[in-house]
Design a protein around this ligand. Structure first.
Ligand code: PMV
Length: 305
């Protein structure tokens, strides 16, 4: 009675996606696994999240509320025991929260003999996400449920993209976690204070995403890397970068990465560097500098046509 979901990397378009700009995202092989079983007694449902101990659905905490929401969205009234194992760091921009929501929703479906459809998995993850993030665009839940490479526009079904060539990605962690809710609220304040300047950034990101989709389609990794670098500049202009993010991006570029940027909410968390045969060298460099990182490959077969 197990459910799995993948983590994700946003190649381009985070934050702007909250305001209707498309984002490009890929599922990664690290993810979340959840198991669900029916409790034989009539007690409250229990969530066992590695690192956070046991939470009863009746507890007064965000975790308990999120658990309640995902149980309701899955039409589960019987008491359940759900155990979650995450291979993703939380608060790091790799979609840990949405992946937990998808994995729990899937495990509940399996336990009840009604496997969740793709749409149901996304809806269950969104119910979970809303408790923590307030105003999620839905990109994390969509890519976590679907995997592969997607173009996502808020409120629309995700569009699977065909990859012309594999993507070799190095993912580096600043060592700092950040709250997506806080970062999204900070961007909303910036938008309220300087609407015209903010709109220019959104327009800029929209055109980068359009060109990145063309680059992906053509297998133009050099072009894609340059567009990621430009996206990073616009994200820094929105006060989402940090000295550690800039250091990780600079080291990756020095090691020959084609492009590097923060991924996800920023303010800490992870960076993604697009590589061409040198992802191991990029990660080794980060490790020498005291950061952690790993390599992930997105294969063309995973991007559906
Ligand atoms: O929660 P994260 O760090 O994976 O970021 C989610 C992406 C944002 O665009 C920042 C927020 C959203 O809801 O799309």
């Amino acid at each position: 009675m197990t459910g799995r979901a993948c983590g994700k990397v946003i190649l381009l378009g985070e934050h702007a996606v909250v305001y209707g700009v498309p984002a490009l995202a890929v599922g990664i092989d690290r993810g979340v696994e959840a198991t669900a079983e029916r409790l034989t007694d009539d007690g409250a449902s229990v969530l066992c999240l590695e690192g956070s101990g046991e939470v009863l659905v009746t507890d007064d905490s965000d975790l308990a509320r999120a658990f309640h929401e995902v149980l309701s969205a899955s039409d589960v009234s019987a008491p359940m025991r759900v155990t979650v194992h995450a291979e993703l760091p939380p608060g790091a921009g790799l979609g840990c929260s949405a992946a937990i929501g998808v994995a729990i929703g899937r495990a509940l479906g399996e336990a009840l003999g009604q496997p969740a459809s793709l749409e149901q998995s996304v809806a269950r993850a969104m119910a979970w996400e809303r408790v923590f993030h307030g105003n999620p665009s839905g990109v994390d839940a969509a890519v976590s449920a679907q995997g592969g490479c997607i173009r996502f526009v808020r409120g629309e079904p995700p569009q699977p993209l065909r990859l012309a060539t594999k993507l070799e990605l190095a993912i580096g962690h600043t060592g700092q976690s950040s709250s997506t809710k806080t970062m999204v609220e900070g961007v909303a304040r910036l938008r309220a204070r300087r609407p015209a300047v903010f709109q220019k950034s959104l327009d800029g990101i929209r055109s980068l995403v359009t060109n990145a989709q063309l680059a992906l389609d053509a297998g133009d990794l050099k072009g894609l890397g340059q567009l990621m670098d430009l996206n990073q500049m616009l994200l820094s202009g929105m006060f989402l970068s940090t000295p550690e993010i800039e250091a990780l991006c600079a080291s990756a570029r020095e090691e020959g990465a084609l492009g590097a940027k923060l991924t996800g909410a920023g303010g800490g968390g992870c960076v993604v560097a697009l590589c061409a045969g040198n992802a191991d060298a990029v990660v080794a460099r980060w490790q020498r500098e005291g950061f952690s990182g790993f390599v992930t490959i997105v294969h063309p077969a995973e991007g559906r046509t």
